[in-house]
Ligand binder design. Structure first.
Ligand SMILES: CC(C)(COP(=O)(O)OP(=O)(O)OC[C@H]1O[C@@H](n2cnc3c(N)ncnc32)[C@H](O)[C@@H]1OP(=O)(O)O)[C@@H](O)C(=O)NCCC(=O)NCCS
Length: 168
């Protein structure tokens, strides 16, 4: 049985998400809320994104505490392709939490959302994120040049990992 639970984010989660994301070691993630209001706005946006099938984001819960977040963005032009993103509070790194969460969201993606392909992108220096993708059975397909803007707006190269739905 899984150690973690996933649920949709609530307004009350904003402070904790802000706290986790304010860690200066979070250098390879573009999410960069500057205030509690930014975070509340993001949480409010989520129900609209779900209604439009644009993004399905979840809080990761361990023993009733929020310890991170994971989500899948749906390509609006190709709604059979999703891209996963995730973060976990530093105190919980290297415990296999994100690996577990990716497997859970992937299951939702391939079964409930009808995705045929799920991608994960990360900067090549983000070795722990790459390791998560590898552990979850994603395959390295490419190095995309200047494909993702980081927190400061700088365009960065990213590795493209992907998994194809195999009708299992
Ligand atoms: C990336 C991140 C989500 C990984 O979460 P996590 O819960 O620690 O992931 P897991 O424990 O499931 O797996 C981490 C793996 O990376 C490995 N790892 C950690 N640091 C590493 C490093 N510097 N080099 C190589 N491997 C590393 C761990 O040993 C572990 O692999 P193992 O199980 O084979 O030992 C987390 O570090 C994080 O939130 N980082 C900041 C936000 C971020 O970068 N998000 C991803 C954007 S693409």
């Amino acid at each position: 049985m899984s150690r973690i639970k996933l649920r949709y984010p609530k307004i009350d989660d904003a402070q904790r998400f802000l706290e986790i994301l304010s860690n200066p070691k979070f250098i390879y993630i573009s999410a960069n809320p500057k205030s509690i209001e930014d975070e509340i706005d993001w949480i409010k946006l989520n129900s609209k994104l779900r209604k439009q099938n644009l993004a399905w984001n979840y809080a990761i819960i361990l023993e009733k505490q929020i310890i991170g977040s994971i989500g899948i963005m749906i390509n609006p032009h190709r709604p059979y392709v999703g891209e996963m993103g995730y973060f976990t509070a530093e105190e919980y790194w290297n415990m296999g939490i994100t690996t577990e969460a990716v497997k859970m969201v992937e299951e939702k993606g391939f079964t409930e959302l009808g995705l045929k392909r799920i991608e994960i992108k990360m900067e090549p220096e983000n070795e722990s994120s790459e390791r998560v993708a590898i552990k979850c059975g994603y395959h390295k397909e490419a190095l995309l040049k200047k494909a993702v803007a980081n927190k400061t707006g700088e365009m960065r190269d990213v590795l493209l990992y992907a998994k194809i739905f195999d009708h299992k």
